[in-house]
Design a protein around this ligand. Structure first.
Ligand SMILES: [Zn+2]
Length: 279
């Protein structure tokens, strides 16, 4: 216990992840820190310009590593990484655009839940293919959640399970992927185990674990990753990251976004760590 190091990284840190080194080559290391700092400044300026104009900045290719690395801090980017130690900025962030995912024979969104546009389109494609393969109709249990709703949800989980139980089951407001509009909880009611770990053993759960990446989704909280993510197994919780990242993630056998981006484990909130080290 006791790691309270701030999460802001020096520019040199971006050279860390080995698979990125493999793709960019050693030459990049020789370019020096000044170039990096200037690149980040330019990107930041551009991002602010887009935001000021009420637009969403473009997402670059992952082969251009610098920009994606930068964008994991930005709530409005599909690459954003949010966890117990990386809160959304602003903490009550709401996506600029949300769309109701259309119901069909393949997808039941009778709760009329909303997602960010790219995540919504990808979920439709995923459900269509799942249905075409005879795996069943996908049901949307939960999608975008506001800051306020997440706060209520955490409160109710605390009442139900106590604080320790709530902490591994639900996120505090400002720390939930659902607040980005990029996460969705799904089930196939006909196969049971909705929002239960046994969903992972159903035909639908297995299909999703094997195929979600092809549509840009990852199963964010896997069976053995609690020490990194801080959450217990959630085979129903899908996070949209885009097809490029999802493919790389899957092909390289990566199991958490923290590992993918070489971020520190986020099993605990910083305030939990602080509280535990007070005598
Ligand atoms: Zn979820």
């Amino acid at each position: 216990m006791g790691n309270t190091t701030p999460l802001k990284r020096s520019p040199i840190f971006i050279f860390g992840p080995p698979f990125v080194l493999a793709s960019l080559g050693i030459a990049l290391i020789l370019q020096g820190g000044l170039f990096q700092a200037q690149s980040f400044e330019l990107i930041e300026e551009q991002t602010v310009e887009f935001q000021t104009a009420g637009l969403i900045p473009p997402t670059p290719f992952t082969s251009d590593y610098l920009y994606p690395r930068f964008t994991i801090d930005h709530a409005f980017q599909e690459l954003v990484v949010v966890n117990k130690q990386r809160e959304l900025d602003p903490i009550d962030y709401a996506p600029p655009t949300l769309v109701t995912v259309p119901s069909s024979a393949a997808l039941d969104n009778s709760r009329e839940l909303v997602l960010a546009p790219l995540a919504a389109a990808a979920l439709v494609d995923l459900a269509d293919e799942m249905f075409d393969q005879g795996v069943g109709q996908l049901f949307m249990n939960s999608a975008y959640r506001t800051y306020e709703y997440q706060a209520e949800l955490f409160e109710s989980k605390t009442t139900q399970y106590g604080l320790a139980g709530a902490l591994v089951r639900s996120a505090k407001a400002g720390h939930s992927e659902h607040q980005t509009g990029l996460a969705v909880d799904v089930s196939v009611p006909a196969q049971g185990c909705a929002i239960m770990t046994c969903f992972g053993d159903t035909e639908a759960g297995k299909w999703i674990a094997d195929n979600a990446w092809r549509f840009g989704y990852i199963v964010r909280y896997e069976e053995t990753t609690q020490a990194t993510t801080g959450y217990s197994y959630e085979p129903w919780h899908l996070r949209y990251v885009g097809i490029e990242i999802a493919r790389e993630y899957s092909e390289n056998g990566i199991h958490t976004l923290e590992d993918y981006w070489s971020l520190p484990p986020a099993e605990f909130y910083l305030e939990e760590i602080t509280a535990s080290t007070i005598d």
